[in-house]
Design a protein. Structure first.
Length: 250
């Protein structure tokens, strides 16, 4: 099976199993756009990938379909959610035959890479959960900043020179959070656990990462047109303030 055929199989499986949830409507092409946009410009063939907070492994299996040589998913065993994620992960692995994608139900702090160095590390909506209590006071508390710097130093230590880290999250600098009202585009977001991308830039830079690039993402339903119309910080401020930050190990 070619890489293109495997990707089509993967996309079809995700849609058939109703594993892709969208704000307005789910579709194969929206899923394809989101994944291509996330990994845009990154050659995954033969690469070692670490997916922190992988959930059921949607991004990990896509990386595997794109030729990644090894993908490790970290999804802590959280009461009430881990059983579903583990079950769906195993189903995807069986159907896609991607044995190089593996799951460890532990936290990043518990993870022992055993000398393995990664080409790419992904934290998609998980950076703020690595230490939630520290994350709440991250901007004003020195001890919290120290804890997250230690996490960033560990990230640096397990990555190859020039390796890329991708951090995706929502910025708390948002029109609705400033008014103290529920965001209609992201009604379940707990804003006190989120920070503007510059906070993560500063933390990662303190641990040896450089060359930050911030991409403000748009609604995937509109794909390229939506990216052109809505993919800017001033527009995102009035939507869900979702961003993806890329930095390199220098």
């Amino acid at each position: 099976m070619t890489s293109s055929e495997r990707i089509e199989q993967f996309l079809d499986t995700i849609i058939e199993e109703n594993l892709f949830k969208a704000k307005f409507f789910s579709s194969k092409e929206k899923l394809r756009f989101n994944l291509e946009n996330l990994f845009m410009g990154i050659d995954l063939i033969g690469k070692r990938v670490l997916d922190i907070g992988s959930g059921l492994g949607l991004h990990s299996f896509y990386a595997g379909c794109k030729g990644a040589g090894s993908v490790i998913c970290l999804e802590p065993a959280i009461e009430g959610s881990s059983e579903f994620a583990t079950e769906k992960f195993q189903m995807l692995q069986d159907r896609l035959g991607l044995k190089q994608v593996t799951l460890q139900t532990i936290t990043f702090q518990e993870f022992k890479p055993e000398g393995e160095l990664f080409d790419l590390v992904l934290s998609h909506y998980s950076i703020n959960h690595l230490d939630e209590s520290a994350c709440i006071t991250l901007r004003e508390n020195k001890e919290s900043q120290k804890k997250y710097k230690e996490i960033a130093i560990k990230l640096n230590s397990i990555m190859k020179s020039g390796a890329i880290i991708i951090v995706c999250d929502c910025s708390s600098q948002n029109f609705y959070s400033h008014l103290g009202i529920k965001n209609p585009f992201a009604p379940t977001i707990t804003w006190h656990l989120h920070h503007p991308p510059q906070v993560w830039v500063n933390i990662l830079a303190s641990a040896g990462f450089a060359d930050p690039k911030i991409n403000w993402t748009s609604f995937g339903e509109f794909r390229k047109i939506g990216k052109l119309l809505f993919g800017y910080k001033p527009i995102s401020y009035f939507l869900n303030s979702h961003f993806c930050l890329r930095m390199k190990k220098s």
